[in-house]
Design a protein around this ligand. Structure first.
Ligand code: NAD
Length: 694
């Protein structure tokens, strides 16, 4: 029984869950829990039990890795364990320190008394996985906290400190100081005073005019749940606490839980939960790979990206040296950072002291030599290979040995950039997204020569600055922007052939994208894509150039929100996009020039073309090894490109559709003669091997 320690102290059996890191309730621990419960109940020398975990966690809940395996339901499954503890003939006291979440809290609710340290945090986060607490949580919590408080706790899914529940029937005592000593003393009192066993299932829920309350709750939840089915089912499960018997309500909870497990939304959310954890692992860079110490950071370029990048490190308490070419540009960059912090101060997200501390960590300079004591330098200068060459050559001369040299380039070849230095092993791409202080995603671009300890270091650093890092190989656009190219091409092709930008945007937003492609482009600036197209054309003069409606738009100076006109028009001071007849005229003249007769597209056709373009390119880059796993691509699209979480990312979505249908549809789309629709080799390969994209 290595995952659970059993000890007897006086008349009390102490059961200590010992399954690092967070005592997740996998099969082995469940078996051990039942064995320990039986042992204590069978031992005449034992009068009560204390169940506890580690300082870090009582229990983090079910083992999510078991979710889609037979082990999840292998007896004793969690519902059985919970029932057995509740029915224990001897009193059980839960002693909760650290995290107590999901199934962990449900287990605690099945005990007869609960004590906690004030630092303990409790949560029923199942809603975040598209589920509801399925081991009695929806039935027991309302019996202790009441309908309303329990509903808001379960719908929120967020951790709350145990101390917040002091004085409620949820905790008999909040123990300051030594939790175990306090819990054992509490247990001794239970025995000495012959306190009756209090089973939560025996309590009744009462709420004045509960029908009206539940109706109100349903209406509220319907308004905010969007495409997610779990919140409404949570209301239904909580309503079932009013059934005459606990068993009836419990059966309803179980049925609703099973229904939710089978929804595509929950599958998608569970996939993303795993994907986030997987993304931090690099197959050939094992845990424990040595890392370099990063105590000071340099950022070159104080423009849009450099300022935001610097803020990430200042927020994490690391000193930053910010380099510019001219005092004016440096002042502008520092002023923007200060303004951003002042905005947070006004919103109450930052105190005056925090602001002062962050700004004190920032040093501006016009001298590259001031980077000589930095452990990491991130370059965020103009996207021009000649400028990058100048910067990396100069940086190589001043950076200390072992410093990590990173580029924030979006499109340029990181191997080529590494070649501008005498130390390509220290060079890596760190592709932040705009606004860099807000966006969660960080693409870590692994060059041919990038050292493993450099990768391990930046992956650890990403966690410190609260980013989700995904490793990408070197190619044009890495993962995210490379997939954007065919996505864009599909969207543009649609408007060239008869759809309107607003129809495409609406269709994609109805599919769940945070913003349709044309609204995104107007927000980011249409000139950015224009500049990239021009530089690509210059690099590949032999490639034929097709007349492009986006170029025609830019030639009119319609760069998007910043110029008041783009794919839409905008009124001064308002970001709301307004369809513009001038864009219609532009599209018509473009079609005339190319001899295209306008046709109509259904919203479904629009979504198919745009999403299948993403899927196919994702499969291509996965096949080429640019991404290590399909779920990494999904993380990129979720955290950087507004793909709907309830669809799980483009690769998961492809697996849900089924690769047979994906391949057939792609082949069908390619019948017009565009070879880019040909199914990616990996799709064909997976299909014939009868496996999913992984
Ligand atoms: P920007 O034009 O806003 O800022 C670039 C800054 O670099 C300017 O302030 C310029 O004065 C400074 N600079 C130029 N040469 C320099 C030098 N030799 N030494 C010091 N400073 C110098 O550009 P940006 O949008 O911040 O983009 C910077 C980099 O980040 C580019 O490689 C770009 O591709 C990449 N990127 C941009 C975005 C985005 O959305 N803007 C997103 C991801 C990555």
């Amino acid at each position: 029984m290595t995952c659970l320690q059993y000890a007897v102290s006086g008349r009390i059996a102490l059961l200590t869950m010992a399954q690092p890191p967070v005592n997740s309730l996998g099969y082995d621990l469940r078996v051990a829990l039942v064995a320990a419960l039986d042992r204590a109940n069978a031992d005449p020398a034992v009068s009560a039990l204390v169940l506890t975990g580690s300082e870090r966690a009582f229990s983090g809940g079910a083992d999510i890795r078991e979710f889609d395996t037979p082990k999840f339901m292998q007896e004793p499954h969690l519902r059985t364990v919970v029932d057995l503890f509740e029915q224990s003939a001897k009193p059980v006291i839960a002693a909760i320190g650290g995290v107590c979440m999901g199934g962990g809290l449900e287990l605690a609710l099945s005990t007869h008394f609960r004590v906690a340290s004030p630092q303990a945090t409790i949560a029923l986060p199942e809603v975040k996985l598209g589920l509801l607490p399925g081991a009695g949580g929806t039935q027991r919590l309302p019996r202790l906290l009441g309908l309303e408080a329990a509903l808001s706790f379960i719908l929120g899914g967020n951790p709350l400190p145990a101390s917040k529940f002091k004085g409620t029937p949820l905790f008999n005592e909040i123990i300051e100081g030594d939790l175990i000593a306090g819990a054992l003393a509490f247990a001794e009192r239970v025995v000495a005073d012959k306190l009756p066993i209090k089973r939560v299932c025996d309590l009744k829920v009462s709420y004045p005019s509960h029908e009206a309350f539940l109706q109100f709750a349903r209406n509220m939840v319907k308004g905010v749940a969007g495409p997610y089915p779990a919140p409404l089912k949570i209301v239904d499960a909580i309503a079932a606490t009013l059934k005459p018997s606990f068993a009836e309500g419990d059966a309803i909870e179980q049925r609703l839980f099973t229904e939710l497990m089978l929804t595509p939304e929950s599958r998608a959310l569970r996939h993303l939960f795993q994907a986030e954890r997987a993304a931090s692992k690099i197959p050939d860079v094992p845990d424990g790979t040595p890392t370099r110490t990063i105590a000071k950071v340099g950022v070159i370029g104080a423009g849009t990206m450099g300022g935001g990048i610097a803020m990430n490190f200042l927020n994490a308490g690391l000193p930053v040296t910010l380099i510019e070419t001219k005092q004016e540009a440096l002042d502008r960059g520092i002023a923007t950072i200060t303004k951003n912090y002042q905005g947070s101060l006004q919103k109450g997200k930052l105190t005056e002291a925090d602001l002062a501390k962050r700004l004190a960590l920032l040093t501006g300079s016009l001298q590259f030599s001031d980077l000589s004591d930095c452990d990491l330098v991130i370059e965020a200068v103009f996207e021009d290979i000649a400028v990058k060459e100048k910067v990396f050559t100069a940086l190589d001369l001043v950076a200390k040995p072992g410093a990590i040299l990173a580029s924030n380039t979006s499109t340029l070849d990181v191997n080529r950039i590494a070649g501008f230095t005498q130390r390509p092993a220290d060079v890596v791409g760190l592709h932040f997204f705009s606004p860099a202080n807000v966006m969660k995603l960080l693409e870590v671009v692994r060059g041919q020569a990038t050292a493993k300890d450099v990768l391990a270091t930046v992956m650890g650093l990403a966690k410190k600055i609260k980013k989700i890092a995904v490793v990408a190989g070197v190619c044009d656009g890495f993962i995210g922007n490379r997939m954007l190219m065919p996505y864009w091409a599909a969207a543009e092709d649609l408007i060239a052939r008869g759809a309107t930008p607003w129809q495409v945007d609406q269709a994609m937003e109805a599919f769940g994208m945070v913003m349709g492609p044309f609204r995104v482009s107007d927000l980011a600036g249409n000139d950015i894509g224009w500049a990239i197209r021009k530089s690509r054309a210059a690099l590949n003069p032999q490639r034929p150039v097709k007349p492009n409606v986006a170029d025609a738009l830019c030639e009119l100076g319609r760069f998007g929100q910043k110029t008041g006109k783009g794919w839409y028009r905008y009124e001064a001071g308002n970001r709301a996009p307004i369809p513009d007849p001038e864009v219609m005229a532009l599209l018509e003249s473009h079609r005339q020039k190319l001899g295209i007769t306008a046709q109509t597209f259904s919203d479904e056709e629009i979504v198919t073309r745009c999403v299948y373009a993403l899927i196919n390119e994702g499969a291509k880059l996965l096949g080429e090894g640019i991404a290590a796993r399909a779920s990494d691509i999904d993380m990129v699209y979720l955290t950087g490109y507004g793909f709907p979480a309830y669809r799980g990312g483009p690769m998961h979505y492809a697996n849900e559709i089924g690769l047979f249908k994906v391949a057939r549809t792609l082949t069908e789309l390619g019948k017009d003669g565009d070879p880019s629709w040909a199914p990616a080799p990996l799709i064909v390969e997976c299909l014939s091997a009868n496996r999913a994209l992984t």
